[in-house]
Design a protein around this ligand. Structure first.
Ligand code: HEC
Length: 154
């Protein structure tokens, strides 16, 4: 087989894969949860902080995920869904009241650590969500907020 032929077969295989992949969409139903159990409801942060949390964290760490059009394109959609599932597993602001006090306190500590360390929001997320590309001031505001909540919880 010539190189050209191999290349053509690879392209065809890729196209077939992409077509078949579209038959396996992700589940976009947001789990039901009690609005009264939500972090924003319980902690009542300022409007500024609430907006930052919704813009930068809630798509992966709540049951209020918004799914833009490209989340319908496999295999990208599978990868995104993986982040949402893992994100909720580690931290779910929608079911905040379910965390025992000690666990909630630990989550708050993790929150300011990952925001301070620029680990969150994830790079691949803020690249396509400009509103989640936190400025230095926004980061400080968010860290201060989590630190205050953390010290209140201790
Ligand atoms: C694109 C999805 C996404 C966004 C947006 C996002 N996270 Fe995460 N987050 C994850 C995933 C996935 C994990 C699981 C751990 C990992 O794979 O890094 C995680 C883990 C965490 C953890 C747990 C860390 C640990 O050590 O267990 C904390 C705390 C956290 N995120 C806070 C935040 C905060 C606060 C924001 C907003 C400023 C945010 N995340 C935005 C996906 C996201």
């Amino acid at each position: 087989m010539t190189k050209k032929k191999i290349f053509r077969y690879v392209l065809i295989a890729l196209a077939v894969f992409l077509i078949i992949a579209q038959f396996f969409p992700i589940d976009k139903t947001n789990p039901q949860s009690d609005p009264a159990a939500d972090f924003l409801m319980l902690e009542q942060p300022s409007q500024e902080i609430a907006t930052l949390l919704k813009d930068a964290c809630y798509d992966c760490h709540s049951n209020q995920t918004k799914y833009p059009w490209y989340t319908s394109v496999a295999p990208l959609s599978w990868w995104i869904k993986g982040h949402i599932d893992h994100g909720r597993e580690h931290l779910n602001f929608s079911t905040w009241s379910d965390y025992p006090a000690k666990k909630a306190s630990h989550k708050l500590e993790e929150c300011f650590e990952v925001v301070e360390g620029k680990e969150m929001p994830m790079l691949t997320y803020w690249l396509v969500h400009p509103e989640a590309n936190l400025s230095a001031d926004q980061r400080i505001a968010l860290v201060d907020f989590f630190k205050t909540k953390y010290s209140e919880s201790e």
